[in-house]
Design a binder for this molecule. Structure first.
Ligand SMILES: Cc1ncc(COP(=O)(O)O)c(C=O)c1O
Length: 371
């Protein structure tokens, strides 16, 4: 029987995630499996927690990877913090802010939204006005809006909330490991991410972190967390303490992979990793501009790891992406929602953010567009 897996080719992943994976992470994924209660595996879990704390810049004890993709991190943050009728403010300027609105609404929260034009950032002044009109239990923001390539002002929103009772919930699925995320300094109470973007691991885990304030809210809920699998108070008993209590069977080899991916980042040094992302983002933008291609987002608000470009006049969206994939073995991302058919999204995430990848992509794009 023919094995379908034999047809897998090596593709340069330059879309919105997943990103390319370092060989040592592939090797870690294929190490011998241990039991999920094995003492050596528990040591690896403890080290993963510590590495996550370093990359997230937090002292939060409740810092763990949730079993599931980035969206499970989003669900974990909302489902643990929200009780029916809780006032929640969601700041929206793209697909993932919209997804937060959906998740919070399904939990019966009293959801207000402030919407900003896609491709532009959330404006702190508008948030300040809204906060002076109403008290919220949670203010939620997407740090790096992957659907548009916009960097939102997470630090500024955190400043607005300092000294209030509101909890700050931040999506760092695309930003973590590629640009500064200062969980404690910015006053973030609930943070989630995903493994397949700048952490350069396959999709499958969602690192989360909760502040002491957030944990106090969770431990003093009037009602049970309406989701057994994501209940942080139960997960804590598996991830913390001298004697661990089984909750669900951890995805053991994924946790090896995450360990190795975080190890690589910490070994390279956070600042060097961020600088590498920024350097090759600049190189990419220069090359694109030489080809006459325009960026969607103003320079000040551009993400280094996700570059949105206007599809040049006369180019066919699907055909160009198809040719890049078939002839050059390069994947880039299409536009989403109102930007579908209007933009391409070029990722320089984690291990993908390398000089040779920028040159290879620019040459390939030029060749495809010329044809
Ligand atoms: C900013 C942001 N939040 C949440 C998600 C959802 O993550 P996942 O697709 O891993 O569930 C994504 C995925 O692209 C994202 O970019």
């Amino acid at each position: 029987m023919k094995n379908t897996l034999d047809g897998i080719e090596e593709i340069l992943l330059m879309g919105p995630g997943p990103s390319c994976i370092h060989d040592s992470v592939y090797e870690a994924l294929s190490l011998k499996i241990l039991g999920h209660m094995d003492s050596y595996f528990i040591k690896i879990m403890d080290d993963v927690k510590e590495l996550l704390q370093t990359v997230m810049k937090t002292q939060n004890n409740m810092t763990i990877p949730i079993s599931g993709t980035g969206s499970s991190g989003m669900e974990t943050c909302f489902v643990n913090l929200i009780e029916r009728g809780d006032p929640v403010l969601i700041l929206i300027n793209g697909v993932f802010g919209k997804r937060m609105q959906d998740v919070a609404s399904r939990l019966g929260a009293d959801v207000d939204v402030l919407e900003f034009e896609w491709g532009t950032p959330v404006v702190p002044e508008k948030v300040r006005e809204q906060l002076s009109a109403k008290d919220y239990k949670i203010i939620a923001l997407v740090h790096a809006e992957t659907s548009t390539g916009v960097r939102n002002p997470a630090q500024e929103i955190g400043e607005l909330l300092k000294g209030t009772d509101s909890l700050f919930l931040l999506d760092t699925v695309t930003s973590l490991g590629g640009m500064k995320v200062a969980t404690d300094d910015w006053g973030v109470d609930a943070l989630y991410s995903g493994t397949q973007k700048c952490l350069s691991c396959p999709p499958g885990l969602a690192p989360v972190s909760f502040s002491e304030n957030a944990l106090e809210v969770i431990l003093n809920r009037k009602t049970k967390v309406p989701n057994w699998y994501l209940d942080v108070s139960m997960l804590t008993k598996y991830w913390e303490g001298q004697s661990r209590v089984y909750h669900h069977t951890a995805p053991i080899n994924m946790i090896y992979g995450l360990y190795q991916a975080l190890y690589l980042i910490v070994e390279e040094g956070l600042e060097s990793v961020f600088e590498r992302h920024y350097r090759y983002h600049k190189l990419l933008v220069e090359g694109l501009e030489e080809l006459g291609i325009k960026m969607l987002v103003d320079p000040e608000y551009r993400l280094p790891m996700l570059n949105s470009i206007h599809i040049p006049d006369g180019a066919n969206d699907g055909e160009v992406r198809g040719k890049l994939r078939s002839d050059h073995k390069i994947e880039i991302g299409a536009g989403l929602g109102p930007l579908a058919g209007k933009i391409w999204r070029i990722g320089l995430m984690g291990h993908t953010a390398r000089e040779e990848n920028v040159h290879r992509f620019l040459e390939a794009l030029k060749a495809v567009l010329e044809r």
